[in-house]
Design a protein around this ligand. Structure first.
Ligand code: ZN
Length: 247
């Protein structure tokens, strides 16, 4: 079974639609690693799209804060401004949906889903030594995580921990990683709605656990259309600009 794995949509409906169009017909089930909302201009539209799409989902820190599960204390002023705006926009039914999202890890056929780290949903996993803790702690050999908005991840074969290298074939939008036997993986599909790895295109992954492959995808979308909607909504300029840089 092929699984669409996506994360950190951050209320960017244009990026989500572009990603779904790009991979139409290539997956059977979809899973989401949280941060459905926050930063972007389309919180209700994105929830309406994601909700019927996913067969499993975990909550992100922005989902918690936007729906009142947590307060805005841990966020920087720019993120806080966007979250206050999101809180005012959310339809009550959509706020209730965000409140109902489960804490990771959520486990399913051979994989686990988390937003941040395996043992702490709010922790950012940037470095190999941090990743090792999760690689050892996860109850599944393949764990998907989000939160950092950086596509890629880590592998551990019992002796060495390594960065997963993504080298897209020329002329294609995806890089294929083959999952080795007896190796544990912590893999990040990247962010749909606000990539931060220097590539502004929407990021996601398609996993085929029978064939033991994970395709890491990038899809261009109409960034300026999203920026226009953010400006009309009064979003902080830093949030508007960063979409174009993928930072
Ligand atoms: Zn996020």
């Amino acid at each position: 079974m092929r699984l669409l794995v996506f994360s950190d949509v951050h209320a960017n409906a244009t990026a989500l639609e572009a990603a779904l169009r790009a991979c139409a017909g290539r997956w059977e089930r979809a899973v989401c690693l949280g941060d459905v909302v926050g930063y972007g201009p389309d919180p209700n539209e994105v929830i309406a799209r994601v909700r019927p799409l996913v067969s499993a989902i975990v909550r992100g820190n922005h989902d918690k804060a936007a729906s009142g599960v947590s307060d805005l204390g841990g966020f920087n002023p720019v993120a806080r401004t966007a979250l206050e705006w999101t809180r005012n926009q959310l339809l009550p039914e959509n706020a209730r949906y965000l409140q109902s999202l489960p804490v990771g890890p959520v486990e399913m056929d051979g994989i686990a889903l988390v937003h941040g780290a395996v043992e702490d949903e709010d922790e950012y996993v940037f470095a190999a030594d941090q990743a090792l803790t999760g690689l050892l702690a996860s109850r599944r050999p393949v764990t998907f995580f989000g939160h950092t908005h950086i596509q890629g991840g880590f592998s551990y074969d019992g002796a060495r921990i390594e960065h997963v290298e993504l080298s897209p074939k020329p002329g294609t939008h995806s890089a294929v990683v083959h999952l080795e036997a007896k190796t544990r993986y912590l893999l990040n599909p990247g962010s749909i709605g606000q990539p931060r790895d220097g590539d502004p295109r929407a990021a996601f992954a398609i996993a085929d656990l029978e064939k033991r492959t994970v395709e890491f995808w990038r899809t261009p979308y109409d960034i300026s259309a999203v920026q226009d909607r953010m400006e009309r909504a009064g979003a902080p300029e830093a949030l508007v600009l960063r979409l174009a840089f993928g930072r």
